[in-house]
Design a protein around this ligand. Structure first.
Ligand code: HEM
Length: 459
């Protein structure tokens, strides 16, 4: 066969493949029930497997469980293009909403090169996040795992993960660290805001300013580690806090690699998540004058009281401002800085009647839960009052994950956001330029959240 002929044949095969996959896709969308039955091997018709349900204390096995429904989309591409185009649109939830309507809150899809079970159900997510490594382990794309390092706490499992988690958790909770972070952040924020006073000809970009503040915070944590290491006397005094414990650990498990990988874990949320939390709070406040007024009033009150007493604000003052904390909680709910968490099933697991087969990749999609109208009235409305007398420790609110991997930096994140907001609203009035939230590949402001600031005359 000559060369043009081979090309004609190849083109024909490719065209046929695309046409068939188009027809297949079209049929599936128009006659969903028929196709799901065939293409998904739906257990109602063909699959019955033995599966295990675990609670904190028991694991029981049943023989009737159903695989989540859903579609695989196009060959190779799966449903990735639709996922991305929805994520870039004004309504990024549309991908999940459409499938929730068709298949329920837990469904199957094929995104980013992998068949994935997506859970948008609060209870299912809670179960998955609270399970130990016998049932589910973290599962991230190779590019991310290489960045994190193999001994990153986000990737290790079992007793070593629990040990490091406990140590980091107590370090971040220690009043010593909170006091140091508060002192350094206050001084940084004040210096930065002094510069803004003179800046009347251009807007301030909150996203960049918050990131710069955060870089200072990472330096603070590092400074504490270095100074502790230098001042450590072998067999010396009892450890003061967890970092002392980490540094003096003799088990040989906490290698330098492990310590440095975990510093990176702390820098990723530091460089990104906390600045984003601050930026989103400013965005929502700029759009809601009444809420901004109430927040300013609360912060002004404590600011004046501290001035009269001649005392500085300390970390516990920031964390006990009730309305400010409600604003931060509502920002976490609506902002969804971490949209979802990836896990891999280590055995067949049955949750709420869904069968999750061993080896499945599972995306616990936190965003859909936080915006679920079954759980929140008018979920797209920024309403901090909804948190009045409401527990933030529930399966319907998990911006910091849950279970054994619950974010150990959550108090620190709230503290840093509170410090920034306090100094910002007590020193300035501002007018925000139009900006919008982008949801893919990560959440951020399109223009960096430019605001025009004006010094308050009523300290
Ligand atoms: C708004 C800010 C933050 C958000 C939304 C956030 C969110 C999260 C989430 C959802 C997880 C769970 C990951 C998983 O289950 O796979 C996590 C874990 C973690 N976070 Fe945060 N985080 C924030 C700030 C911080 C800060 C400030 C630090 C430390 C300085 C920090 C350190 C960590 C660490 C070390 C883990 C891993 C815990 C483990 O796997 O045992 N985070 N974070």
């Amino acid at each position: 066969m000559d060369i043009p002929c081979i090309w004609t044949l190849i083109s024909f095969v490719i065209a046929t493949a695309f046409s068939l996959s188009y027809i297949f896709h079209f049929l599936r969308n128009t006659n969903l029930k028929f196709i799901t039955t065939i293409s998904l091997n739906h257990p109602k018709t063909s699959t019955t497997k033995t599966a295990c349900t675990s609670t904190t204390t028991t694991t029981s096995c049943t023989t009737s469980s159903t695989l989540p429904l859903g579609t695989n989309g196009w060959p190779i591409l799966g449903e990735t293009m639709e996922f991305i185009s929805c994520a870039y649109s004004d309504h990024p939830e549309s991908f999940m909403e459409k499938r929730r309507r068709l298949y329920g809150k837990v469904f199957k899809s094929h995104i980013f090169g992998k068949q994935t079970i997506i859970s948008t159900d609060a209870e299912v997510n809670k179960f998955i996040l609270q399970s130990d490594a016998k049932l589910f382990v973290p599962s991230y794309p190779k590019s991310l795992t290489e960045l994190m390092g193999k001994s990153s706490i986000l990737l290790i499992n079992g007793s070593l993960q629990r040990r490091i988690h406990g140590l980091l958790g107590s370090f971040f909770k220690s009043s010593h660290l909170k006091a140091q972070v508060t002192k350094d952040m206050q001084s940084y924020v004040q210096q930065a805001m002094d510069r803004w006073d003179d800046n009347i000809h251009s807007p301030i970009f909150i996203q960049d300013e918050a990131k710069q503040a955060k870089k200072e915070m990472v330096k603070v944590v590092k400074k504490i580690i270095v100074s502790k290491r230098n001042n450590m006397v072998p067999g010396g005094a009892d450890p003061n806090d967890v970092l002392d414990v980490l540094l003096s650990d003799q088990s040989g498990q906490l290698t330098d690699d492990l310590m440095s990988d975990n510093m990176i874990d702390m820098m990723i949320p530091g460089e990104d998540s906390v600045p984003l939390l601050i930026t989103l709070a400013i965005k929502y406040l700029s759009d809601s004058p009444l809420i901004l007024h109430k927040l300013t009033e609360e912060n002004m009150k404590v600011h004046r009281m501290k001035l009269e007493l001649g005392e500085p604000m300390i970390w516990s003052d920031y964390l006990s401002l009730p309305f400010t904390q409600m604003v931060i909680t509502e920002t976490l709910r609506m902002g969804n800085i971490i949209t979802g968490l990836m896990r891999k099933a280590m055995k067949d697991v049955e949750i709420k009647g869904y069968l999750i087969p061993k080896g499945s990749c599972v995306l616990t999609y936190l965003r859909s839960v936080h915006l679920d109208e079954d759980l929140y009235d008018t979920p797209y409305q920024f309403n901090p009052w909804r948190w009045q007398n409401k527990d933030t420790n529930s399966s319907s609110f998990t911006p910091f994950g849950g279970g054994q991997r619950l974010c150990p930096g959550l108090d620190l994140a709230r503290l840093e956001a509170s410090i920034f907001l306090h100094h910002f609203v007590t020193r300035f009035r501002w007018e925000a330029e139009d900006d919008s939230i982008v949801h893919f590949p990560t959440v951020r402001m399109k223009k960096g959240m430019p605001v025009w600031v004006k010094r308050r005359r009523d300290p």
